[in-house]
Design a protein around this ligand. Structure first.
Ligand code: GLY
Length: 391
């Protein structure tokens, strides 16, 4: 074919493909709206007698399990409502998002956990990005101040957990990378660089201690607060200390991609690319690209999947594709993940109390939340769909 003609033909095909993708996203969001209406009805009913419960988390024996604002997953539902508003622009979703976001506000003073980013940034942060509401900005800043109190300069990290004191003196988990986004945002909003510095210190210390030579990540690192040295390299939700817990790898990929966006430090970009390579070339990553709950789970292929890890990986890769020379590969894998989740992991509309995705795993070792819906799977699935739609 003539070169110019071929170019025009290729452009036309790409145009058709983009169109088909957009139509599919619109359909998935239309389904998500219906399913979320189901969820809202169930949530409202439970809240009439238990108003302290603010968000749906999972299904327990088929029943809806709701959580109070202090739970690490409390902000995802409000975030989902914001994303429905972002896509549809329907004012009713904004009203719902505002209502469920407000229920998280008191967490801005809760210094008892590192999960501030998950709780406040996924709710207030997502809302602020869309509305630029001044009151939301204040909540984000106060939350960052509270989170900063958990930073230990000798260790160079924010302390993750206060529980399991008998096991770990100063535990830092790979998940904690996700909370740094709140700190970067607080520096942007205030001009106070102290939040940024804490985030960078945490990211650098984690890069030094949390990863194996193959760029898989440990779950829990325990630090000695006198010397700042890493003294234990453990797991809590993974199969073994030396295994690669799937969601942990996903947090690492997403976390370092976000750190590169915020700092433009090339070391973070390279780290994210290394983690992506570990995940995408792993022999135990199934053909549909939705990981088992741990890459080294002993009975693969007879092990539960973790759709939440797949959602986080898809969303992270979509951002990484913007910065990396591996863009084509990342977009192709993301497409596979989102097609798999959409085709084979979604709940029928009206079922499962209104959750969007099935087949996630919270903590297999604790036999908790195995092969169930989880609100953060739904959140990162919607975020990935929005990112894919924008690219
Ligand atoms: N941050 C807890 C989890 O990923 O399960």
């Amino acid at each position: 074919m003539h070169k110019k003609l071929y170019g025009a033909f290729a452009l036309m095909v790409a145009g058709f493909m983009a169109e088909a993708q957009a139509v599919k996203t619109a359909q998935v969001f239309a389904d998500a709206e219906k399913q979320t209406q189901v969820m809202l009805t169930n949530v409202a009913e439970i809240r009439t007698t238990k108003p302290e419960l603010v968000a749906p988390r999972t299904l327990e024996n088929g029943e809806l399990k709701m959580v109070p604002s202090k739970d690490w997953t409390s902000g995802f539902f409000a975030g989902e409502l914001w994303m429905l508003y972002a896509f549809t622009k329907k004012p009713e979703w904004k009203t719902k998002a505002e209502t469920y976001t407000a229920l998280i506000e008191k967490e801005k003073f809760n210094g008892g956990t590192h999960d501030m980013g998950f709780k406040v940034y996924c709710s207030y942060g997502t809302g602020y990005q869309i509305t630029k509401e001044a009151a939301y900005k204040d909540v984000i800043i106060q939350s960052a101040k509270t989170l900063s109190t958990r930073f230990n300069p000798t260790v160079g990290c924010i302390r993750s957990w206060d529980h399991h004191k008998e096991q770990w003196g100063y535990p830092v988990i790979i998940d904690n990378m996700m909370n740094l986004e709140l700190l970067f945002a607080a520096t942007r909003l205030t001009g106070d660089s102290s939040f940024y510095k804490i985030a960078v210190s945490h990211a650098n210390t984690t890069m030094k201690n949390h990863f194996r030579p193959d760029y898989s990540s440990y779950h829990v690192i325990d630090y000695d607060t006198l010397t700042g040295k890493a003294v234990k390299k453990n797991t809590h939700q993974g199969y073994a200390h030396e295994s690669a817990w799937a969601r942990g790898q996903a947090w690492a990929l997403y976390g370092y991609t976000m750190c590169y966006r915020e700092t433009k430090n090339i070391a973070y970009l390279q780290q994210a690319e290394h983690v992506a390579k570990y995940i995408l070339t792993h022999p135990n990553l199934p053909a549909d690209k939705v990981p088992y709950w741990d890459f080294n789970a002993p009975a693969i292929p007879n092990e539960p999947r973790d759709a939440s890890a797949a959602g986080v990986i898809a969303s992270g890769l979509l951002e990484l594709a913007k910065y990396s020379k591996n863009k084509k590969e990342y977009l192709s894998v993301t497409n596979t993940i989102l097609q798999s989740l959409t085709k084979s992991y979604r709940s029928p509309i009206g079922d499962n109390k209104g959750f969007l995705l099935l087949h996630s795993t919270g903590s297999k070792p604790a036999n908790s939340e195995v092969d169930v819906p989880l609100n953060y799977a739904d959140y990162y699935y919607l975020e990935a769909l929005l990112r894919q739609n924008k690219k």
